[in-house]
Write a protein that binds this ligand. Structure first.
Ligand code: ATP
Length: 191
């Protein structure tokens, strides 16, 4: 049976915390494929998006270049508007009807899961794999969500921190892949 991971986010920008989360999920869940799903607009971040979708997509592709098993999914960008995870998970459940789907979330997202659109249906279609995040108390999955908690490689970087560092003229080397740091500089993002 295929084991497919779905990792949604704003990736504004993608950073080492995301990549470590992905690596942990590939290993601990023995995933056959892992799709990074770039949100057009998160329902929970409607006021604050910083780089346009095309730029966030470019950074994501640079970060994942040559990474076996990792793919970028642009379906939420093509749909446009506010991105709802249920639409994406339904699409995977239809296309990979025999696969086990795992939706990956950082521990900071667990408490809000019951507020996600069609939460009951979402919980039925995929298991939710929770990855620890420094500074976030471990929280059990609220019912009816189910799924494993991973060990991960806890690393407390966030996209907000990267943006703040770029704005302040501080280095972001080692917090994002080198090609991502270079593209952020060349495109004058987050200034
Ligand atoms: P921001 O700082 O703008 O809120 P973010 O760093 O949380 O952004 P997102 O693109 O919103 O990045 O996150 C996508 C997913 O990755 C979410 O499930 C989030 O919990 C998870 N995530 C992000 N950074 C980490 C990290 N350092 N450790 C564990 N999970 C993380």
């Amino acid at each position: 049976m295929q084991r497919i991971g779905l990792f949604g986010g704003s990736f504004d920008p993608v950073h080492a915390g995301h990549l470590l989360l992905a690596q942990a999920a590939l290993e601990e869940l023995s995933l056959t494929r892992l799709f990074f799903v770039l949100a057009a607009q998160s329902p929970f971040k409607t006021d604050n998006q910083f780089a346009p979708a095309a730029a966030r997509m470019q950074l994501l592709r640079l970060a994942l270049a040559g990474q076996a098993n990792c793919e970028v999914d642009d379906q939420e960008i093509r749909r446009g508007g506010v991105s709802f995870t249920i639409d994406t998970v339904r699409d995977y459940a239809r296309r990979f009807s025999d696969a086990q789907l795992y939706y990956l979330v950082g521990a900071d997202n667990v408490a809000s899961l019951p507020k996600w659109r069609e939460a009951g249906e979402l919980a039925r279609l995929a298991e939710f794999a929770v990855i620890p995040r420094p500074g976030e108390a471990p929280t059990p999955l609220p019912l009816p969500f189910r799924g494993p908690t991973l060990k991960g490689f806890p690393f407390g970087v966030s996209a907000s921190q990267i943006r703040a560092r770029v704005k302040a003229g501080l280095a972001i080397d080692h917090l994002v892949p080198a090609a991502v740091a270079e593209a952020i500089g060349n495109n004058r993002l987050y200034l």
